[in-house]
Design a protein around this ligand. Structure first.
Ligand code: NDP
Ligand code: MG
Length: 398
């Protein structure tokens, strides 16, 4: 069969590079159409040399011009573009079958939506895009009949544990009809699961980014330390699988061997297990409904040791409850929370605020924002911008 033509948004990141690693193992099955990055020129140059994509998109014309010169010297024919319109163009281009949405944060919203509206097979890693636009995003998936496959390991695990008939249209999952009771979303608890509560507030960016099980980009690593990541994933699960309150439960599982589970009405629980390596869910999405070799070593159960489970402590992870509350409060709440968190995490990484301030900035931004009804993407972008202004002033006030 013909190779799938693919665009990788956020190709220089942790998910992007893992995606390229899997693609490189199957040169006859995939053809790289476009790759995008923000500012990492060196990584992008290496990607272009190795994969020779048709297009590379960078964040600014300045960066694009530098890359263009370097590629010309290397005789690489990749055409270098820049800016948000170009990101959308390489997502919706007629030649493209599949888009890996792996930009971090709100910057991924419009290019990911462009892929959805163009009815592509969309491999969704960029959870923030779905969190900030929820119903509108899902409506766009339905309207365009796009195929949405979850890359996030938990959602990928849940997807794998659902009946095939539900997988065909997971955004309309009917829990009662398929005997599904609830989704069990597992999380490791991050690097500070056992840190004395009194020491939590003063943790450094380096400590927050040292996740015990997963090697990820900085933003999601900090989100894992606050467990806002699990909160965003709760919201993501709500939209991906059409959940009601009481149909999603967060379970602490420090070893990250089980990646999430689905509980059925007969008492059965179906779990997906594997190494904490994103190439497994990425390969699953790339190959679906077939299985591809991902390069990931199988689990060795004889040396695995104990698998343990528990509950996330409310006092340790205030961001988790903020997200769960926002999820059922409405779109403006989740858009606001996502924006406030992005601003807070970025300030924390620059050491402008303490680790303990991230939750406070999220909470206070929600409290100070007018959470009015949102009906379109302009409304989402306005809400996001307003929340960033509020969060920014809170950060500056210290
Ligand atoms: P990284 O920070 O490693 O990579 C982010 C990518 O997005 C890079 O290619 C980066 O370009 C690009 N980018 C950053 N800012 C912009 C911008 N303003 N405009 C356009 N592109 C931009 O992130 P991850 O790979 O860790 O995460 C990507 C997404 O996947 C996130 O939404 C995350 O939540 C999700 N995810 C990640 C997992 C992981 O294991 N890493 C697991 C599950 C989900 P540049 O390199 O030039 O800065
Ligand atoms: Mg995850």
């Amino acid at each position: 069969s013909k190779p799938a033509v693919i665009t990788v948004l956020g190709a220089t990141g942790s998910i992007g590079l893992n995606t390229l690693d899997v693609i490189a193992r199957h040169p006859n099955d995939f053809e790289l159409f476009a790759v995008t990055a923000h500012s990492r020129i060196d990584t992008m140059r290496q990607i272009c040399e190795r994969f020779q994509p048709r297009f590379a998109v960078m964040g600014s014309e300045h960066v694009a011009a530098t890359l263009r010169l370097q590629l010309r010297e290397l005789n690489v024919n990749t055409e270098v573009l820049s800016g948000e319109a170009a990101l959308c163009n390489v997502s919706e281009a007629a030649e493209v079958d599949t888009v890996m949405a792996a930009i971090v944060g709100a910057a991924g919203l419009l290019p990911t939506l462009a892929a959805v509206k163009a009815s592509k097979r969309v491999l969704l890693a960029n959870k923030e895009a779905l969190v900030m636009s929820g119903q509108l995003f899902i409506d766009a998936v339905r309207a365009a009949n796009a195929q949405l496959l979850p890359v996030d390991s938990e959602h990928n695990a849940i997807f794998q544990a659902l009946p095939e008939t539900v997988q065909q249209n997971s955004v309309s999952t009917d829990f009662a009809k398929h005997g599904i009771r609830k989704i069990l979303l597992t999380g490791s608890g991050g690097p500070f699961r056992q840190t004395p509560l009194a020491d939590l507030g003063k943790q450094t960016p380096a400590a927050a980014c040292a996740h015990p099980n997963w090697d990820m980009g900085q933003k999601i690593s900090v989100d894992s330390a606050t467990m806002l990541n699990k909160g965003l994933e709760y919201i993501e699960a709500r939209w991906l699988f059409n959940c009601q309150p009481q149909q999603i439960e967060v379970v602490l599982h420090p070893q990250s061997v089980i990646h999430s589970m689905v509980q059925y009405v007969d008492g059965s629980v179906i779990a997906q297990m594997g190494q904490p390596d994103m190439r497994t869910p990425i390969a699953y999405c790339l190959g679906y409904p077939e299985r591809l070799n991902s390069g990931v070593q199988p689990l060795d159960f004889t040396s695995l040791g104990e698998l343990t489970f528990g509950q996330a402590e409310a006092a340790r992870y205030p961001c988790l409850q903020l997200a769960i509350d926002a999820c059922w409060q409405g779109q403006a709440a989740t858009t606001t929370l996502n924006a406030a968190n992005e601003e807070a995490v970025s300030a924390f990484l620059k050491e402008q605020i303490a680790f303990g301030d991230i939750a406070k900035i999220c909470e206070n931004t929600l409290a100070q924002s007018e959470l009015s009804n949102i009906t379109d993407i302009e409304g989402i972008l306005d809400c996001d911008a307003r929340a960033r202004r509020v969060a920014h002033s809170l950060i500056m006030r210290g």
